[in-house]
Design a protein around this ligand. Structure first.
Ligand code: BGP
Length: 466
């Protein structure tokens, strides 16, 4: 680690609908994430109770403290604050819950990192005007953001606006866009929604940075570090095109305030026309982020299908397995060097911009054995990714925080409770709430040790006057 290590934020991550439960309590109404999860209630756990973090707040924060966390990245449930999305005044009970969480964190020496919107737009905004596809959503998001700043910016320094906007666009039902629409209609609505999120985010960046210049605000981008399957230049171009379109376009807009030409061309080539207003260009250029959150799990390998197919970039590539890499049961590769490579690319593009790793994690099917979980693969994953992150830092990349996904077992978006990510095990299954007790997995002790070792290093350095 370099000299920044004493301030380095060793953290962990979750999101509201994946941990909280209490889906209709204290005034909260439904989000699109709730509605989507209820469609699968027969197959897997839904958001109703989840791992009931809402009622285990003290216990969960005390586990965070015991783990030694310096930061905790969580999201605020939008419909807990504005249940319908368009109310004039916020829901007091919702605000109280997050004040309590934030105060507990601060008291425990843990820096809160807030995500404002993690897949859970109030469902009533989707019923009212179609959600993000409507320009009205900009106003409602900005109002929500201003309310959060007013309440919490005095005590919270690190903020993230939108989690994985690119995922919402490629899975448009997460935006409430009906799956029975034609391919063309879905594309058009998804990219119109994407555009409105960009404008809303830019307004919020500008507002925040004017009011709180010492604080940090940025997006949490899904960074799909993409490698070509062969050294054939067609495959190399396909890898670049996917990475640019999916991940870098999001970073470019947030950090440089301009939509890249390749992004616009891709839409034009597919006859996707986004309605824009004359003032938007200025809005985008005036509202930019001052740091970057990246969700990073693994590398993706692609080959070009351009000769056989046209369409959007996702239709012009084929994902390829790398038989040399280990992967999870769900096909996510284990490729720690890919993290160093990806981070180096970010420094090439954005220089010294502070970077927070907002997600990074390994999933497993797990069971409790004599009150323990021996999650050796997760330990290996965490250890090797931390090593590669540290190498990237020594290469000059300005990573300031690492927040693995996830602090605790939670509801996986696609696979309920079967797919676990936590360093803390929760004694429940998809359909049985069991004891809901929390157990420290082996990875908990491993990560605790890493944090301690770095603290010792810091102390030594201070004593040596370094
Ligand atoms: C990211 C999301 C998280 C989380 C994670 C794992 O895309 O930001 O919310 O869910 O992926 O995905 P999954 O739950 O599908 O395994």
């Amino acid at each position: 680690m370099n000299k920044r290590s004493s301030e380095f934020l060793w953290g962990a991550s979750t999101s509201a609908f994946q941990v909280e439960g209490a889906y209709n309590i204290d005034g909260k109404e439904l989000s699109i994430a709730d509605v989507r999860s209820f469609k699968n209630s027969e197959k897997q756990l839904d958001t109703k109770v989840s791992v009931d973090h809402y009622h285990h707040l003290e216990e969960d924060v005390s586990l965070m403290k015991e783990l030694g966390l310096k930061s905790y990245r969580f999201s605020i449930s939008w419909p807990r604050i504005f249940p319908k999305g368009d109310e004039k005044n916020p829901n007091k009970k919702g605000l109280e819950f997050y004040h309590k969480l934030i105060d507990l964190l601060i008291k425990s020496g843990i820096e809160p990192i807030i995500t404002m919107y993690h897949f859970d737009q109030p469902y009533q905004l989707i019923e009212k005007y179609g959600g993000w596809v409507s320009r009205d959503s900009i106003h409602d998001f900005v109002k929500y953001a201003e309310c959060l700043f007013e309440e919490f910016a005095g005590k919270v320094k690190y903020w993230l606006t939108i989690n994985e906007q690119a995922v919402l666009v490629v899975a448009p039902d997460m935006l409430g866009i009906e799956s029975n629409l034609s391919r063309e209609e879905k594309l058009e609505r998804a990219y119109q929604s994407n555009y409105h999120m960009w404008i809303a985010q830019a307004i919020v960046y500008k507002l925040f940075r004017q009011k709180y210049p010492q604080n940090f605000i940025g997006p949490a981008v899904s960074y799909l570090t993409t490698l070509p399957a062969t050294m054939n230049s067609e495959d190399m171009l396909a890898a670049k095109e996917l990475e640019d379109f999916y991940s870098f376009s999001q970073m470019e807009v947030a950090l440089k305030g301009k939509i890249p030409k390749y992004f616009e061309k891709e839409l034009e080539n597919n006859n996707v026309y986004v309605v824009q207003e004359p003032e938007d260009e200025k809005t985008l250029s005036e509202g930019t982020a001052n740091y970057l959150g990246v969700n990073w799990y693994c590398t993706t390998i692609v080959e070009s299908k351009a000769e056989k197919c046209n369409g959007v970039i996702f239709e012009r590539i084929k994902r390829v397995n790398n038989d040399h890499l280990k992967h999870t049961d769900w096909g996510w590769n284990f490729d720690p060097v890919g993290l160093r490579y990806g981070l180096r690319q970010l420094a090439d593009r954005y220089g010294d911009i502070p970077i927070i790793i907002t997600e990074c994690g390994w999933s497993e099917k797990e069971e409790l054995q004599n009150e323990r979980v021996h999650d050796n693969d997760r330990i290996k994953y965490l250890g090797e990714h931390i090593t590669q992150m540290e190498l990237a830092i020594s290469d000059g990349v300005n990573v300031i925080s690492f927040n693995p996904w996830s602090f605790i077992d939670l509801l996986s978006v696609g696979d309920g409770m079967e797919k676990r990510y936590g360093m803390v095990y929760v004694d429940r299954t998809d359909f049985d709430e069991k004891t809901m007790k929390r157990y420290r997995k082996d990875s908990f002790f491993f990560y605790q040790d890493i944090i301690k070792q770095h603290k010792n290093l810091d102390n030594q350095k201070e004593n040596n006057g370094d």
